[in-house]
Ligand binder design. Sequence first.
Ligand code: FMN
Length: 192
Amino acid sequence: MKVIGINGSPRPAGNTSIMLKTVFEALEAEGVETELIQLGGTDIRGCKACYACIKAKNSQCSTKGDGFNEIFAKMVEADGMLLASPTYFADITPEMKALIDRSGFVSRANGGLFRHKAGAAVIALRRGGGIHAYDSINHLFGICQMFTVGSTYWNLGFGGREGGEVVNDTEGLDNMRDLGKSMAFLLKKLHS
Ligand SMILES: Cc1cc2nc3c(=O)[nH]c(=O)nc-3n(C[C@H](O)[C@H](O)[C@H](O)COP(=O)(O)O)c2cc1C
């Protein structure tokens, strides 16, 4: 079983990354393979609304060369996915929004490629708006017949401008560990 974590922050070593790695530790302790994918800071483009994916049905987006199709193939292959983003103006980063729009369309255009996978949103924030960002990600899971994994609190962690302050949010990181355990539990049930 494999879970990928996609970091929507342009900071590869910031709070969002620390949170993902904390979930990974719990998953790996349960024997689940993990892979971290850096999305934030890349040149991923938004959906062009060309609807070519609906006509072609080839599990690809017609926009090539920006890394989307490579990431999408990993999403399709994975049993579970963690979509992680810092909060930007009470929402997700543009890179994460581009991935959601395009992967949602291509997966649905090809008969539901995300069906019955596990998904969880992971959100870093400094002060407010994190729940809205969390909801933005969960909308993808909810329309793709995926199973959404929660934790002992919503999957949020607090950290500021320097990047890395989330290590001081002990409740937030405990929550990430619980999220990893719950996702491993679900995957084992789904694959038993
Ligand atoms: C453009 C921009 C907008 C932001 N908007 C918010 C916001 O609406 N609410 C908030 O709590 N933090 C906001 N932040 C702070 C980040 O969400 C927060 O510091 C987060 O922990 C950064 O994660 P990272 O280190 O993984 O990039 C913003 C930061 C930037 C750069």
